[in-house]
Design a protein around this ligand. Structure first.
Ligand code: GLY
Length: 361
């Protein structure tokens, strides 16, 4: 079992990366918390995984209670949070009750938000079951639910007491979701680690075959890279953590204009990264070769590299709203070379329009 330490003073925690099933999960939790009550929150797609998690906790002396929700982004709502608060109240949860999130990004964000707010904060154990949640959303403490005005508008920073990643959970993940998660791994390569990017290029076959050793390496490296950023800018105050949003300004516009059902998040991020990379080219930060390497890699993972034929004016309108444009200038994370990126607040809207209008070329 590998382990990544997130150093945040008294909020420090370990991310365990294993493929050995739930052996070790009970003691991992027990070493971090002494109470007995555990509240396992999951969704209908991964109930079997959640049952195994609950059994492992039970064997370690916890009394787990499992609550299952229907799957989907619509669960990141006040209504779903209220339902979970009712369940916690009924179960007599106290401030020591361990909340365990077993699922993808939606369950992690929702269960994490409930853990952050019930009784002024309960301990949280993340057990991600999708690649996206393993490499991104379960690490770093961002939890939240959506408001009709926008995603994640109601939320908190609430670091977990630990993250348990069993890559064997990925064996049952639908192919499209798996590939969507790979987009976030590619992102880490572009913004922080040229060596990781080269590793991805050299191991595409093993990655697509879901080779366990290869996945463990990708997950552990991605978590380490994210942890390094979170350790330096936990609450996204200095601009450093913002670089994790590479490709996401475009992606948010694609998801909003295309409707959230059109693309999975990672698919939108993949096309968004290529658009952001082309912006960086226009600014003279990188050569076309850097974009081309990303494009080729993402295409190998069967991810989209250009938006669908959505009206450019609609996409720009979302970006203007999203990022508080000042005098026709927008905010983007742009690569400065492979393995390094920075936040730019002064991107002319006209450049963004040009990139979008020529995106399919
Ligand atoms: N997913 C971006 C972040 O955690 O900051």
């Amino acid at each position: 079992m590998g382990s990544v330490r997130v150093q945040l003073g008294e909020r420090s925690y370990d991310i365990a990366v294993t493929s050995d099933g739930d052996a070790g999960l009970g003691s991992f939790a027990r070493q971090r918390i002494r109470n007995v009550r555990a509240f396992v929150i999951t969704d209908e797609h991964v109930i079997e995984h959640a049952d195994k998690v609950a059994a492992a906790l039970g064997a370690a002396g916890f009394q787990p209670l499992r609550v299952s929700l229907s799957a989907g982004e619509s669960q990141k709502s006040l209504a779903a949070a209220a339902y979970l608060y009712d369940q916690l109240a009924e179960a007599g949860a106290d401030r020591q009750t361990l909340v365990v999130a077993v699922g993808g990004g939606v369950i992690g964000d929702l269960a994490g938000f409930v853990a952050a707010t019930w009784n002024r904060g309960l301990p949280l154990l993340m057990v991600p079951t999708t690649l996206l949640a393993m490499v991104d959303s379960s690490v770093g403490g961002k939890v939240g639910i959506n408001h009709p005005r926008g995603k994640n508008l109601i939320g908190a920073f609430h670091q977990p007491i630990g993250v348990w990643i069993d890559t064997a959970f990925l064996n049952t993940l639908p192919d499209r979701e798996y590939r969507s998660g790979l987009a976030e791994v590619v992102k880490y390569g572009v913004i922080l680690d040229a060596e990781l990017f080269a590793y991805l290029e050299q191991h595409t076959a093993a990655i697509l075959a879901r080779d366990a050793e290869c996945i463990r390496h990708l997950v552990a490296r991605s978590c380490r890279l994210k942890a390094n950023v979170v350790e330096q800018d936990e609450r996204e105050e200095t601009g450093l953590r913002a670089i994790l949003n590479y490709g996401h300004t475009f992606a948010h516009a694609f998801e909003t204009v295309g409707g959230y059902g059109a693309w999975l998040h990672g698919e939108a991020v993949a096309a968004g990264m290529i658009c952001a990379s082309r912006l960086a080219e226009r600014r003279g930060l990188i050569g076309a070769d850097v974009t081309e390497r990303q494009r080729r890699l993402l295409q190998t993972f069967a991810l989209p590299v250009a938006p669908q034929r959505w009206p450019v004016d609609d996409l720009l309108a979302v970006m203007r709203r999203d990022k508080k444009a000042v005098a026709g200038r927008l905010r983007f994370v742009l690569p400065k070379r492979l393995g390094e990126a920075a936040l730019f607040n002064d991107v002319p809207e006209e450049d963004v329009r040009q990139v979008l209008e020529n995106a399919g070329d």
